[in-house]
Structure formats: structure tokens, C-alpha cells
Ligand binder design. Sequence first.
Ligand SMILES: *Cc1c(COP(=O)(O)O)cnc(C)c1O
Length: 384
Amino acid sequence: MRKIQMVDLKGQYEKIEKEVDQKVLEVLKSTAFINGPEVHAFQKELEEYLGVKNVIPCANGTDALQIAMMGLGLKPGDEVITADFTFAATVEVIALLGLTPVLVDVEKDTFNIDIDAIKKAITPKTKAIVPVHLYGQCANMEAVLEIAKEHNLFVIEDTAQAIGANYTFKNGSKKKAGTIGNIGTTSFFPSKNLGCYGDGGAIFTDDDDLAHIIRGMVNHGMYKRYYHDVVGVNSRLDSVQAAILRIKLPHLDTYCDARRTAAKYYNNAFKNNNNIVTPKTGNSCDFICESCDCHVFHQYTLQILNGKRNELHQHLLDSGIPNAIYYPVPLHSQKAYADERYNEADFPVTNQLKDTVISLPMHTELDEEQLAFITKTINNFVNK
Ligand SMILES: *Cc1c(COP(=O)(O)O)cnc(C)c1O
């Protein structure tokens, strides 16, 4: 059996190696390292793939979130509601900008932001909601949009883990993750579903005025060379990364299919194990129906109900099966973000998930022999 990886970047690279190597050399020889034609071409191709009017590439997914908030004109003291159960980048930029993070609980089934918790957290100072499409599926966007409309709030979608996912509205229409709210952000960190070979990120919006503001903001607040109209940042996707992303983008749907195939195998293998909860999709289609495209399985995350999650984590490592706990500490309990405003009783789900979740190897190169070994090892251990 091939060695099992949490994310197999090498196996994926080997399949596009010739094309990537040739293209990277071309960029090197062109010396158009920054803002070259590759960046512009990638921007256009991603706009087309997502069905969004504007893509603004930037340096990473954390910058993308920060710039989105700057572009919307959020000011110190404004409250921004986001999920307690996510990677810290989401809340970090809120705090960095002097905005007030308001962390709320998530849903147990989907791991995504809880709608009732959002409603309870709204005050006259609330200016934005940041749903995080955790592990690869959209939050309940229809409900988020309704709340936002009622209270006149911006919606910023953190799509770092869900690029390529579709969201299906009740009326059957579909939109790509990140193109549903006022603005969406993503990351091209190598292990993300659409990863480059370094750092990268992007911002999406259908709002042309907002896109214009942001295009200047990523470039030192310049709308005309050496005229600085607003305080900006320097945040760019470089040409080498853009060239690699242009090669990978046409494979994104196939990559997502490969992840779903692995997820389906996992689901079937664990369906009769009462101590294991497999991931649920909260969108309007049945869980992983044949054509389901609402979950792109950035992570495949189980909940282990018998209190042996930590033992399982170690047992798998000892058996040569990489695995990870995303996330061991909810944000409201992190030193940097703890605040006396928060009440433990408001976080029953994240306080439970931190002790029950475990993410399994998930990538585009898993084979059946590996999946059989992983699932057998887990079922044997958890049933003991
Ligand atoms: C990865 C990630 C980010 C940050 O992206 P970087 O490119 O690493 O800055 C933000 N939010 C979420 C949910 C992520 O998973």
C-alpha cells in the first residue's frame, strides 16, 4: 500500500508536472513576475468559473478577508458576527482592524454558523456577518441573507475551504460558494482544494463599485499611479502562482469529485457504527446524492461519540494514518480572542465538537486500498 498522506500534494503534482514545469519556466523567462498577463488571465478564468463579475487576486486568504472588510468601509467599533468554530484567520482580521468580533455557536450537523445564534447576537452596532463555509460546504446562506437584509448588514463569505462548492436555493437555483453574499474571499494555500505552490488568495464580488475600491486597496490605495486616495495594503498574487492556478482550475471539478468519491467510501464504511457520526450536508439535496455538488470535502470530519477521540487520534498515528483535530480550541477560548462578553452556555456545540471531531486523510489521490485500511482500522478501534 502506498504511504497514506493527510494531503497528497506530490501525487497531484506528478499528474500535471510537465505542464506546470514548462509554464513556470515560461514565466521565469518572461520576467513578468508581478501583475503579469498570467494574473490577469487567471482572474478572468476564475470569474467565468464562479459566474461572478469581479475577481480580485491577492496574496493570501487572510489578506482577502481583511481587504474585504476594509473595502466595505467597516470602522473600529463595528460589530462583526462570525463562527466560533473556524480557523483563527477569520476572527484575526476583524480584531486587527479594530472591529469587534462577535463569536457565535455553530450547528452540530454541518459545523457551520448557527442561524438562531446570529439572530441573538445582533445589536445596533452589528455591521456584517461572516459565514465560514467550513470543511467544504456552504453555511445556510438563504437564512443568512434574510437576516442581513432585515438588519441591513453586509455578508462576507469565507470560502477558503469551499471553492467549487455549489449552493442550492429553495427555488432550485444554484450559485457558487463565495458569490452569494456581498463579497466572498478564498485562499490558494497549497492544501486548499484549489491550491497553488506558495501563498495566494482572492476576493469575489458582483458589485462593480466595491471591486473598484478593492482593486486600489490591494495596491497601496492607488487608483492612479503614485496618487494614494485611501490607506491600502500591498497584497498581490504573483505570476508564478497564477500560472499554476491556471493549470489547476480546469481540474477543480474533477478534484472535488475525487474528494466526494472518497467521502462516499468513508460514509458507507461508518454508517453502521453507532459511535461515529459522519458529516451531514445541510443544503437542500440529500447527502451525497450521485450528482451532489454542494460539498467539496476540504475536510472529511467525523464526530466520535464514545469519548475516545484522543485515543483514536493516537491509535491512527501509530498505525501510519495521519489525521488532525480541526479545531481543538474554539475561538472564544483562545487567549487572543477570549472576552468577558462571552458566556460558556452560549457555545454548547463548539464546546462539544472540540472534544469529538477528527478529520481523516482527504485529497484527490486516495485509493481503495488506503480507504479500506483507514476505515477498517477506525471501525475496529471505535467498536472495541
Ligand atoms: C486557510 C483559511 C484561511 C486563511 O487563508 P491563508 O491563505 O492561509 O491566509 C482563512 N479562513 C479559513 C476558514 C481557512 O481555512
